[in-house]
Write a protein that binds this ligand. Structure first.
Ligand code: UDP
Ligand code: MG
Length: 168
């Protein structure tokens, strides 16, 4: 079995409930390698791209409010890339089923998720569900230099007149 990469997002409820440490401890049971990690703010554009397959679902407007932090008053999430054998399956097993009421109670979603009165599954964590999805998502959330391993082909781009913020 070849090694795989998978994207994990600790969603705004995970950060708000101070669950980051617990979730990372649970994920470390997999013995997978973390090859990228960052805290970032999610805007509507990133949300729409990430959940492109769900944009016509009746719950999408609420889901977009959730992942962009509007529901929790804080748009930070933690994004991580895990790498290793059967990474997708191992991380999904610890995450648990999408519906937190149906998820194994010892999974992250079973232990910490809930269903909102709107019906939305507030389920603490995102985990890629297939190699194709993982690649699309990792390319969306991370730049090549933010990952300590060469995962996918890259190219050099010459940018002239680019302004970027650096420390003073
Ligand atoms: N979701 C929801 N209700 C549904 C299906 C999905 O609230 O009936 C939310 C939930 O937060 C889920 C996210 O939309 O994690 C993405 O849905 P997906 O079907 O990709 O589930 P996942 O891969 O996250 O288990
Ligand atoms: Mg999914």
């Amino acid at each position: 079995m070849a090694n795989e990469s998978t994207l994990v997002i600790i969603k705004p409820d995970g950060l708000k409930k101070s669950l980051t440490g617990n979730i990372l401890s649970r994920l470390s049971e997999t013995k997978l390698k973390i090859i990228g990690a960052k805290v970032l703010c999610v805007d509507r554009e990133l949300a729409d791209k990430h959940y492109q397959h769900l944009k016509n679902e009746p719950f999408y407007p609420e889901l977009a409010k959730y992942i962009t932090g509007e529901l929790h008053g804080d748009n930070r999430v933690m994004a991580l890339v895990y790498w290793g054998e059967k990474a997708i399956l191992k991380v999904r097993a610890i995450a648990g089923e999408t519906n937190p009421e149906k998820a194994d109670p010892v999974s992250v979603r079973g232990a910490y998720g809930r269903i909102l009165t709107s019906g939305l599954f507030e389920n603490v964590i995102h985990a890629s569900s297939s190699p194709e999805e993982a690649e699309r998502e990792i390319r969306l959330w991370f730049k090549p230099e933010e990952i300590v391993q060469e995962l996918y082909p890259t190219q050099e781009e010459a940018v002239t007149g680019l302004k970027r913020r650096v420390w003073k």
